[in-house]
Design a protein around this ligand. Sequence first.
Ligand SMILES: O=C(O)CCC(=O)C(=O)O
Ligand SMILES: [Fe+2]
Length: 149
Amino acid sequence: MSNFGPLGWVSDREGYRYQPHHPQTGHAWPPIPDLLLDIWKATARHPRLPDACLINFYDADAKMGLHQDKDEADFSVPVVSVSLGDTAVFRYAPPEGGPSRTVKLSSGHVCVLGSKARLARHGIDRILDGSSQLLPRGGRINLTLRVAR
Ligand SMILES: O=C(O)CCC(=O)C(=O)O
Ligand SMILES: [Fe+2]
């Protein structure tokens, strides 16, 4: 797990939070690459620009339980994520409860959680090992752009 941008998502023994520097090195996170800002501008349809980009690596056995992205200050701003490498089975369900569905997120897919879907419950059921040749050692990288503050 790592980050781009003025604020990074950090999870350690003290819990989880957004903070401007790497918890071990104390270094600021590198700026969000222009390519990702261009994807945000093309998909988020919101005047603000992201101040946080989480970089998450999923190996073949990784999963993420159903959750809502609720640690940001303003839920009127979408969350935009870019999938790279192996395909993920992404599960999503309405914020208020009800049945979930799945969709495959393949390399290059962009997922926008905005408007009524901003607080959708979502997670990763599984990674389809070997489904992409993009990453030399396999796995999936997810880049999640958010306005945290
Ligand atoms: O990897 C994904 O596509 C989803 C990631 C996610 O939900 C999160 O980081 O909050
Ligand atoms: Fe999430």
